[in-house]
Design a protein around this ligand. Structure first.
Ligand SMILES: *[C@@H]1O[C@H](CO)[C@@H](O)[C@H](O)[C@H]1NC(C)=O
Length: 293
C-alpha cells in the first residue's frame, strides 16, 4: 500500500507537459511523455507537483530540481528512496522554456514569457497570470512592464494555461511546491493576503521542520515560513495561490532559493541541490507526523 512511484526524468522533454495544450511551442524539442504509471500500486495520493523555472532568469531552480530528480532516482539513502516510493511525483524543471532560452541567449535578466503583448513588447509574467485575484496586487496591466505584466487576461499565456489544465487533471493532489529564487525564504499561501488558510499552523510547523532539515546541510538559514504578503510583498496571480484556492491542495509552498541577482555558481549547484533534497524530506516527514498521508 502506498508503494508506488513515478519518477519522470526529463530536462527539456518535460516541456511537453507544459505545452501539451498550448499552441506554437516554437521549435523546441517536444519529446515523448515520461509518464510511467505505477502499474497498480493503488496508493492514496497522486503525489506532488512542483513547478520550477517559471521565471526565466531564476536559473538555479531548474538546476536544483533536476539535481533533486537525480537524487530521487539514484540515492542510496533509505530516507530518500522511501520518499521516492511513497508518492507519484510530477516534476517540471522548466515551465517557461521560451523565456528560459531567451535569458540564456539575449537577456540574462529576462523573467517573463515570450508571447507578443503589444506592438513593441513581449511577454507576461507567468507567475502573475493565474486565474485567482488576477491583477489585484503586485502586478501591472502595462504590457511593456519588464517584470510583472499580468497578461491581457488570466491564463492568457500558453505556459500557465496548459500547466493549470494538467494540474487540474491530477486526482488527489497532496502537495504543490514551486521553486523561485533568490530571496532565501519559504512561503506558504496566500501570497496576496495576510489572512491565513485553515491549516496555516500546520503549514508553518511543516515548513519549520523543512527549513531545519535544510539548514543542517550547509548551515544556511532561510526566512519564514510565512506568507509572501507578510514576508515579502503582496502579489496576486501566482501559481501557488491558484492551486491552493481552486484545487484545495492541502500542502502548498514556494521555496525561494539562494543566490545574488539570480546568479549562482554552476560548480556549487550541489549545495542547493542537497539542501532542497533535505528540505523536501523534512517537509514530508513532518506532514506525515501531522497525519497528512
Ligand atoms: C533518516 O531519517 C532518520 C529519522 O529522521 C534519521 O535519524 C537518519 O539520520 C536519516 N538518515 C540519513 C542518512 O540522513
Amino acid at each position: 500500500m502506498n508503494k508506488y512511484g513515478l519518477a519522470c526524468f526529463l530536462a527539456y522533454r518535460l516541456l511537453l507537459l507544459v505545452f501539451a495544450n498550448g499552441s506554437g511551442s516554437k521549435d523546441r524539442d517536444v519529446g515523448d511523455e515520461c509518464d510511467d504509471d505505477d502499474g497498480g500500486g493503488g496508493g492514496d495520493h497522486d503525489g506532488d507537483e512542483g513547478d520550477e523555472g517559471i521565471h526565466a532568469r531564476e536559473w538555479i531552480t531548474p538546476a536544483t530540481t533536476t539535481y533533486f530528480i537525480n537524487q530521487l532516482l539514484t540515492s542510496q539513502d533509505a530516507n530518500i528512496t522511501r520518499l521516492r516510493d511513497r508518492f507519484d511525483w510530477r516534476i517540471f524543471p522548466t515551465v517557461n522554456p521560451d523565456g528560459y532560452t531567451y535569458s540564456f541567449n539575449r537577456d540574462r535578466m529576462w523573467r517573463k514569457t515570450r508571447s507578443r503583448s503589444s506592438m513593441f513588447c513581449y511577454g507576461a509574467d507567468p507567475n502573475r497570470n493565474w486565474d485567482y485575484n488576477w491583477l489585484k496586487h503586485g502586478a501591472t496591466s502595462n504590457p511593456c512592464d519588464y517584470q510583472t505584466y499580468g497578461g491581457p487576461k488570466p491564463f492568457s499565456e500558453k505556459e500557465t494555461r496548459s500547466l493549470s489544465a494538467y494540474i487540474s487533471s491530477l486526482e488527489n493532489l497532496l502537495a504543490y511546491i514551486a521553486f523561485h529564487s533568490d530571496a532565501q525564504m519559504l512561503l506558504t499561501p496566500y501570497s496576496d493576503s495576510v489572512e491565513h488558510v485553515d491549516n496555516y499552523n500546520d503549514l508553518i510547523r511543516i515548513g519549520k521542520t523543512s527549513l531545519e532539515y535544510g539548514e543542517r546541510v550547509n548551515g544556511e538559514k532561510y526566512d519564514g515560513p510565512g506568507t509572501a504578503a507578510e514576508l515579502l510583498y503582496k502579489a496576486s496571480g501566482g501559481s501557488m495561490d491558484w492551486v491552493r484556492n481552486k484545487l484545495g491542495t492541502p500542502i502548498a509552498y514556494t521555496y525561494e532559493l539562494r543566490g545574488t541577482y539570480f546568479h549562482w555558481p554552476p560548480n556549487r549547484i550541489h549545495e542547493q541541490g542537497d539542501e532542497v533534497t533535505q528540505m523536501l524530506l523534512g517537509l514530508f516527514t513532518e506532514a506525515e507526523q501531522l497525519g497528512y498521508f
